[in-house]
Design a protein around this ligand. Sequence first.
Ligand code: URA
Length: 234
Amino acid sequence: MDLESILFRQGFGSRRQCRALIEQGRVAVAGSVCKNADAAFALDDLTFDVDGTAWRYREHAYVMLNKPAGYECSREPQHHLSVFGLLPAQLAARGVQCVGRLDEDTTGLLLLSDDGQFVHAYTSPKRKVPKTYWATTRHALDERQLTALSDGVLLHGEKAPIAAAAVRMRDEKLLEITVNEGKYHQVKRMIAAAGNRCEALHRERIGGLALPPSLTPGTWQWLDDEALQALRGG
Ligand code: URA
């Protein structure tokens, strides 16, 4: 594929902007500056540098972000900052979307991708992907609440009760809860329906993929093959 198309597909701007980047000598392939926008390269394991930052050609982008509080999962946020501002501009430019949304005040594991099938697969209610959260509660948890959550609670607007796939009391006011759905404010509403109140919510795991401790709040990383495998293995 020619270098202009490579940069264009990876989100480095319009075709004209990509051509200009190359002609200005800001792009290197395999360590050598290439000023020819029409030069062709094989895509397998292709790496290139733009302004000194190394990139690998990726057909699709799959990333995980440790979402901090105070960010909305929207490109046009209403009241807060956008999670897309935490990613390099070219990821947003190539159309990555959030794989399910977290509330503005929820922290933790958020996946983003520009692969529509992947986004659909992990947000589809049919797929029942388990998502594990740590919820800090206002009041001390008790057995009655845990039983209500695992037996199922009826949420406003729902026809049938929704049960947690797993619940575990980690501390007096810290609940680990796994749900298979992704309904609006689901965990907060379930905890309220069980007679408590969620004061803070953090997503720790999706499928078999846990938030890596090295991924500090506000930072992101590519999902490598191992992470994608873990995600599927949940
Ligand atoms: N459940 C909620 O209530 N909020 C989230 O952000 C995610 C799950």
